[in-house]
Design a protein around this ligand. Sequence first.
Ligand code: GLY
Length: 368
Amino acid sequence: MSTLLSVSGAGFTPYEVEVGRGVIAGLGVQIAALTGGRVVVVSDETVAALHGPAVLASLESAGLKPRILTVPPGEASKSFAELERVIDRLLAYELDRKDIIVALGGGVVGDLTGLAAALYMRGIDFVQVPTTLLAQVDSSVGGKTAIDTPRGKNLVGAFHQPRRVTVDIDVLATLPPRQLRSGWAEVLKHGLICDAPFFDWLTDEGAIGATGDAAALERAVIRSVQIKSAIVSEDEREAGRRALLNLGHTFGHALEAELGFDETILTHGEAVALGCAMAFRYSAALGLCSDDQARRAVAGLAAAGLPTSLAEVGDVGAEALVRRMAGDKKAENGRLTLILARGIGEAFVERAVDVASLAEFLRSEGAR
Ligand code: GLY
């Protein structure tokens, strides 16, 4: 049995997100309903070895003749060079706009493939089959696609919504525990943004999801996708409410950048967790939220084994962090925008954060 969630918005064709256990088996039938043409699966070498055979078997059993194209695993594949290589392969396969591309992998594969799909012949359909928890609850839904450049992450991209997202909870069984915890940070983030009872469940009986319990994971993914799709349906282009999904990201991104995007020190999900903890403590320091709410938010993140203090990750400078945060692409007209909170489940967009007060807060957090 699976759950179907729908994502719709003014500017794009509505699509379904299917969440369930073993749903990759039905992927072929779903894709055959979208195209009678050719199918190219883009994956990375690790994921292709684990899940490629099941995906190809499902597509073939539906009468499709898929090809698979792999990129090296890791963030370095979100590059112009890899984008060009993928597009060149699609051209060599003579795909046209009746055909379809499947992104099978985590956020890197989804972002790269989505952008290739946005650009190829001015836009070709694609389907997301996310294989990390982080991609299942965040990057596969909502149509943000991008590559990195030496000047920063996700600086070249497009909004290009998938035609379908197939979320198979069973693929999470092969994820390393640290990767699972990192994805759990984005799940907790959704509760912190707008659903206090969900956050309570995630930090109580649902907490077993962070260590791989499939039933808890399924419930956590379904609620996360509901929250994300409701926000995206309202604000696809991040003119307003979608920015809430960046809770913890401006702090987190600055930390990742200062630490050289070294995933052995800090994964993206860990950076988001630490960023959420900082956003709640900063909100409390500004008198926007109670100390008790901030303490509960931080305790919930820490209980999942996620970092919540700078001391856990290393030595960083307050001014350097502020510069990164102000230079972050989410800053508008030179003013610092941060997602802050009035309590758990009550995040809001603050567009006029005082840079001096932020630097002082970062020093109180232990930054140099
Ligand atoms: N990951 C944040 C968003 O999709 O808007």
